[in-house]
Design a protein around this ligand. Structure first.
Ligand SMILES: *[C@@H]1O[C@H](CO)[C@@H](O)[C@H](O)[C@H]1NC(C)=O
Ligand SMILES: *[C@@H]1O[C@H](CO)[C@@H](O)[C@H](O)[C@H]1NC(C)=O
Ligand SMILES: *[C@@H]1O[C@H](CO)[C@@H](O)[C@H](O)[C@H]1NC(C)=O
Ligand SMILES: *[C@@H]1O[C@H](CO)[C@@H](O)[C@H](O)[C@H]1NC(C)=O
Ligand SMILES: *[C@@H]1O[C@H](CO)[C@@H](O)[C@H](O)[C@H]1NC(C)=O
Ligand SMILES: *[C@@H]1O[C@H](CO)[C@@H](O)[C@H](O)[C@H]1NC(C)=O
Ligand SMILES: *[C@@H]1O[C@H](CO)[C@@H](O)[C@H](O)[C@H]1NC(C)=O
Ligand SMILES: *[C@@H]1O[C@H](CO)[C@@H](O)[C@H](O)[C@H]1NC(C)=O
Ligand SMILES: *[C@@H]1O[C@H](CO)[C@@H](O)[C@H](O)[C@H]1NC(C)=O
Ligand SMILES: CC(=O)N[C@H]1CO[C@H](CO)[C@@H](O)[C@@H]1O
Length: 803
């Protein structure tokens, strides 16, 4: 990092202002520059994308970066755009002559990886299941503190909608939040904003339409399912129409940009026929022009395929350069230097790359920022403990995400359990209740030993989204600790294949808790939604022998529960997702009713595979595999709603031990409030209103009452249905779309709370392909539905936009 010198900085601010003016990107979409994007055609590249001005977010950082840039040679500038490796999984190149040090880039979205003495946080999907804005923000701050204290400049996270979760079997869905763009958008905004407030630069990823692992085809790497030698098969090509691009896959990236993310990672896949990291349209036009993104586009490791085309199409940094002996290719460096020297890539574009890379880091970090204190090449080297008291937030997210999806609490069965004193015996059954017998380190830097043989409870998925847990509190350990004084005798059975033993333990227990799981990891999609490790047989065996069988699932997403869900002895089912290092610690207080479950499903669970949109993982063995996003806007609950398919458990569903009554009255009032949340405003247009796209224009109000006899929290959800006038012939309109939610915490028995939703113009707008902007539908009623899930609506109101 640059040594800070305040007198230089002051002088530079003036230069920056001038520079900003002279190279400013065209501000409006109808400028000559914008038109040139389309004139450039594929490969012609007369246009090189908007040049950064530092925007609203990086004024100071930009000025510092500019002053340094002015002292650099072309070789040095190229060096900054080219990846290196060392202690971190990636470094930017340096310019020692002018005192510029490297920026350290490091995985992953749930904690520093691979490194020891860090926390393993709950996965994104688990965090989304809390539907709790405060917890999402606190997690981001805690993660960012660990990255900062380890000396990481750029956190390679969060996953902000790539994948979004189009395919339930997608291997990396759990790293992100939810297949709902609004929920993911809120989580992305809060995570970026709160992480950067701690000084770390975020890298929102993976941009864009990266929805399957199969055929993602990392550059020059052999994949498990490869059918062609490396480099001979194209990566999966995602074909998406304009409206789907804007309303689904770009939505949460817009939120990340608004929140000020310093960098964005382009993805492995192709989009509309072009590698995502050299796609002029999605990088220059959508991201840098329309979203007004002022930071750097960094390639995924191996996502670069060309030099000239990538540079002109808007990629700013090639990672990891030529490192790892060229395993990820060898791009930029000398190749980019030659292109700049002979004029194929304008030097101004090279300057733009350097400014985009340096400005966010210079804005957020100074001399006092820690240096890397770990080494990915030898994780056993002594390193600092950065965990602080983060176990508390991990534990709390575990507790608040627990989603009770089924509960038959009649005749003393189901949840909550009888009191510790009343209960004589309890069975704790399934390998997911116990320890990984070989310990966490045995799973390697990607946590992938679980792929073939897993032992023990699953707390996170594998790949670059994994993190070493410092410890894992297993469900078995947590339950035994909780029950040790007054509680029941515990009958443990941790072997999923010994069904005779499971039967005996089930038969000799008053209540049987069965723990089951499914694993997912980067690099592979799940082959099916079946539980792992013989779990369906285990659950059925226990249920045949115990009339109070409670199933607890640790899964990365949707699983098939049909083999036993209607078994009369399966009295309760709980989803605990991927909770991180605290593992089962949050469970006992919920099981015994000391706490009240309040998580809600951030995805839809279907009854069978054919209930979900078809062909979302393309695995046909061809040279140019293509994923045509034919379901368009209708993913997850929007598909189930539109096709009138009854899900097993709908999006937004989750039960409580208490009961909430929703008022039938829902009022809508037009209230204007200027957007104060855009740290880096976008250039997105609202075509038929003078409001800003992110200004509040409507306020909806209703009430909920806790009519039960326990305190509890409730996630109240708001869905919008658009009038027929919003339809376009190419895009079937979702019946309803989530556009608001709020978690009302700790309502006491009898307590009533006012529920208020503030809707921004964008929340009631659809993308107009013709107008290339957002439009609030006119000439018809918008319907607002408030409820406890996407299928449990309690009040409705309509509104007509007068324009
Ligand atoms: C480029 O970066 C590398 C790695 O930090 C460094 O060793 C080298 O000296 C840099 N080159 C120049 C021209 O500064
Ligand atoms: C994909 O291409 C279509 C035009 O065929 C365009 O409208 C759409 O915005 C593109 N999407 C992305 C993400 O580039
Ligand atoms: C692929 O990787 C190997 C080393 O694993 C390297 O020798 C080769 O040059 C690489 N190929 C390309 C095209 O980068
Ligand atoms: C510029 O250099 C590159 C790389 O050496 C080469 O491929 C390209 O043809 C050159 N272009 C011109 C216009 O000289
Ligand atoms: C179940 O337990 C009872 C005693 O509690 C015993 O009589 C019976 O044989 C057991 N059945 C099985 C299948 O183990
Ligand atoms: C599901 O996939 C796993 C591997 O991911 C495989 O071992 C298992 O046999 C499959 N189960 C079914 C029912 O197809
Ligand atoms: C339910 O459990 C009881 C043991 O408590 C067993 O006798 C009965 O057969 C089970 N019911 C089913 C449908 O398996
Ligand atoms: C469940 O099984 C227990 C013990 O086997 C028995 O006492 C109880 O009556 C059964 N409850 C129901 C509802 O079948
Ligand atoms: C709470 O209400 C349930 C039924 O809704 C009842 O069975 C239970 O006894 C009540 N508990 C208390 C502490 O009042
Ligand atoms: C109890 C159990 O499932 N043990 C398995 C643990 O993993 C090893 C392989 O690493 C298997 O051989 C065991 O069967």
């Amino acid at each position: 990092m640059l040594s800070r010198n305040s007198t230089v900085v002051a002088a530079v601010l003036a230069i920056a202002a001038a520079f900003g003016g002279s190279t400013a990107a065209p501000a409006t979409a109808d400028s000559a520059y914008y038109k040139d994007i389309f004139a450039s055609g594929h490969g012609a590249h007369s246009y090189t994308g908007p040049y950064t001005t530092g925007g609203q977010a990086w004024a100071n950082g930009f000025a510092k970066a500019k002053s340094l840039l002015d002292q650099m040679t072309v070789e040095e500038k190229v060096n900054i755009t080219t990846g290196y490796t060392g202690d971190c999984v990636g470094f930017t190149g340096t310019a020692p002559r002018v005192g510029l040090e490297a920026l350290c880039l490091q995985d992953g979205p749930a904690g520093v990886r691979p490194a020891r003495r860090v926390s393993q946080f709950p996965a994104g999907v688990t965090t989304a299941a809390t539907w709790d804005r405060d917890l999402i923000a606190q997690r981001a701050e805690a993660i960012a503190e660990e990255f900062r204290d380890k000396g990481v400049n750029i956190w390679l996270g969060p996953v902000t909608g790539g994948p979004l979760g189009r395919a339930p079997r997608g291997g990396r869905n759990w790293e992100g939040y939810s297949p709902d763009e609004y929920l993911t958008g809120v989580a992305s905004y809060l995570t970026v904003r709160h992480a950067q407030e701690k000084g770390v630069v975020t890298c929102a990823k993976h941009y864009i339409a990266y929805e399957q692992e199969t055929f993602r085809n990392p550059y020059n790497l052999t994949e498990p399912y490869a059918i062609y030698p490396p480099l001979q098969q194209d990566p999966i090509d995602s074909i998406i129409d304009d409206r789907t691009s804007h309303e689904l896959y770009l939505w949460s990236f817009a939120e990340a940009v608004r929140a000020g993310t310093g960098t964005i990672m382009c993805s492995y896949n192709e989009v509309n026929g072009t590698h995502a990291c050299q796609d002029d349209f999605s990088l220059n036009s959508l991201l840098k022009e329309e979203l007004n993104f002022q930071g750097a586009v960094i390639s995924d490791w191996g996502g670069t395929w060309t030099n000239e085309e990538s540079a002109l199409s808007g990629m700013d940094s090639s990672m990891p350069g030529s490192a790892y002996n060229g395993r990820f290719g060898n791009f930029f460096g000398d190749s980019l230097l030659k292109l700049v020297q002979n004029g194929s890539v304008p030097e101004q574009r090279l300057d733009d790359m350097v400014l985009r890379i340096l400005a966010p880091a210079f804005e957020l970090q100074d001399d006092s920022y820690p240096k890397p204190s770990f080494d990915v090449r030898d994780i056993n080297k002594p390193t600092n403990n950065v965990r602080g008291d983060h176990h508390k937030i991990i534990h709390q997210i575990g507790a608040e995400s627990i989603t009770l999806v089924k509960n038959n609490n009649r005749d003393g069965r189901g949840l909550p359990l009888k009191s510790l004193e009343e209960l004589q015996t309890i069975g704790v059954i399934g390998q997911d209740a116990g320890d990984n017998l070989q310990g966490a380190t045995s799973c390697g830097q990607d946590g992938k030993c679980n792929i073939n043989a897993f032992n023990g409870t699953i707390t996170i998925g594998g790949g670059s989204g994994w993190a070493f847990p410092p410890y894992v509190i297993t469900p078995a350990a947590a339950i035994q600790e909780y029950t040790r004084a007054a509680g029941p005798d515990v009958n443990l059975h941790l072997d999923n294949w010994d069904l005779q033993g499971a039967k005996a333990r089930a038969n000799s227990s008053e209540v049987a808790l069965v723990f089951a799981n499914a694993f997912a990891a980067e690099g592979n999609d799940r082959q099916n939604l079946t539980l792992w490790g013989n779990a369906d047989s285990l659950i059925k065996t226990v249920a045949s022998n115990n009339n109070n069988t409670i199933v607890i699932l640790h899964t990365p997403g949707q699983v098939d529960v049909e083999e036993w869900i209607n078994h009369p002895n399966v009295t309760a089912v709980v989803l605990a997702y991927l909770p991180g290092q605290e593992g089962g610690a949050s469970l006992p207080p919920m099981l015994w009713g000391e706490t009240n479950p309040s998580g809600k499903l951030p995805f839809t669970i279907g009854k069978k595979d054919s209930d979900y949109p078809p062909n979302t993982i393309v695995d046909t063995s061809v040279k140019n595999p293509v994923a045509d996003f034919t379901e368009k806007l209708l993913i997850d609950y929007k598909w189930f709603d539109y096709h009138n398919i009854t899900p097993r458990f709908p999006f937004g569903h989750g039960l409580s031990y208490t009961n909430f009554i929703y008022s039938k009255s829902l009022t809508v009032s037009e209230t204007r409030k200027k957007d104060e949340t855009s740290i880096q405003p976008t250039n997105e247009k609202l075509l038929n209103s003078d409001a800003g796209l992110y200004d509040t224009i409507l306020t909806l109000e209703t009430e909920i009452t806790n009519s039960g006899n326990r305190s509890g929290s409730e996630v109240v959800q708001l869905y919008v249905g658009f009038p027929a006038s919003a339809d376009s012939k190419d895009n079937p309109q979702p019946i309803k779309t989530l556009r608001g939610f709020e978690k009302f915490k700790d309502l006491q028995p009898g307590e009533t709370r006012k529920v208020s939703f503030e809707l921004r113009a964008k929340d009631v707008a659809v993308w107009s392909t013709l107008g290339q902007g957002w439009k609030i539908p006119q000439g018809g009623e918008l319907t607002f539905s408030v409820g406890a899930s996407s299928r449990k609506i309690h009040s409705k109101a309509t509104w007509v936009y007068q324009g």
